[in-house]
Design a protein around this ligand. Structure first.
Ligand SMILES: NC(=O)c1ccc[n+]([C@@H]2O[C@H](COP(=O)([O-])OP(=O)(O)OC[C@H]3O[C@@H](n4cnc5c(N)ncnc54)[C@H](OP(=O)(O)O)[C@@H]3O)[C@@H](O)[C@H]2O)c1
Length: 254
């Protein structure tokens, strides 16, 4: 018997990367997981892989930038599993690389809508179901880019910093309903999302050398923190951010 048996978690952006690793981890601990991304086929494939490993999974496509699809995600989850115990706000967008002067209004609005507003909407759509489940948990996958200045992905970093404030506000607003809200802030993780950074061997070497643990993260390194934050083991942790970066921020960044 595991603490996550019979619990149901939605994980946005879980067809690959950190989201998929988190889904695998939660399913491995007995939870049913909803795999979600923009592409139904990719979700189907990921859900099938989890089921083949003995887990419970459903695949429900949802573009986080589209409110009707967020509502659909919640409704279909209830139709399929009858409850929601937590949501991992993992999907995010980062369409621009470069200093702030190259960021136009359209790109900035898209980043803020997808990474901040959509997560806030999804939290409120899930809220009645989390309340009904008794003890709900929302976990935001933020980034150390929300804690440090960044010359390359500054607009994305602004959205990740805003997520951390959203975590504090939601923790305050939803605490009386027994819903905890926390974030994990990873450093660089080996996923498609970071490919543009990973493609630069000099940058990778610099990052590895600057990281006290001497390597970059794998998605599983972050999945364990997410599993902790949705579990009763973190029952008194609320409105907080856990930095999971191998220690790189202890050096003041990179
Ligand atoms: N990788 C890193 O170095 C790193 C570091 C710190 C924080 N993070 C954060 O970690 C989270 C996950 O990133 P990752 O590295 O695991 O990325 P990833 O491997 O590229 O996976 C991203 C996932 O999100 C989905 N997705 C992308 N845009 C979406 C949208 N608009 N609506 C719904 N789903 C969408 C993708 O599937 P589809 O393309 O099929 O939609 C995929 O399932 C993000 O919030 C990111 O900011 C990553």
């Amino acid at each position: 018997m595991s603490a996550l048996d019979d619990k149901v978690f939605i994980i946005t952006g879980s067809s690959r990367g950190i989201g998929l690793a988190a889904a695998r981890k939660l399913a491995g601990r007995g939870a049913a997981v909803v795999i979600s991304s923009r592409k139904q086929e990719a979700c189907d494939e990921a859900a099938r892989a989890i089921e083949e490993e003995g887990g419970k999974a459903a695949a429900i496509a949802c573009h986080i930038g589209k409110e009707d699809q967020l509502a659909d995600l919640v409704e279909k989850t209830i139709a399929r599993f009858g409850r929601i115990d937590g949501v991992v706000m993992n999907a995010a967008s980062n369409p621009v690389y470069g200093p702030s002067e190259v960021v136009d209004q359209e790109a900035f609005s898209m980043i803020m809508r997808n990474n901040v507003f959509s997560a806030m909407r999804l939290a409120h759509l899930a809220r009645p179901h989390l309340e009904a489940a008794g003890e709900g948990s929302l976990v935001f996958v933020s980034s150390i880019a929300g804690l440090l200045g960044n010359r390359l992905i500054g607009a994305y970093g602004i959205s990740k910093a805003a997520q951390l404030q959203l975590v504090r506000n939601l923790a305050l607003e939803l605490g009386a309903s027994g819903i905890r809200v926390n974030a994990v802030a990873p450093g660089l993780v080996r996923t498609d999302f970071a490919q543009a950074l990973l493609d630069n061997p000099d940058r990778v070497r610099t990052m590895e050398q600057a990281t006290p643990l001497g390597r970059l993260a794998e998605p599983e390194d972050i999945a364990g923190v997410i599993a902790f934050l949705v579990s009763p083991d973190s029952g008194w942790v609320n409105g907080q951010v856990i930095v999971a970066d191998g220690g790189i921020t202890t050096t003041g960044g990179f």
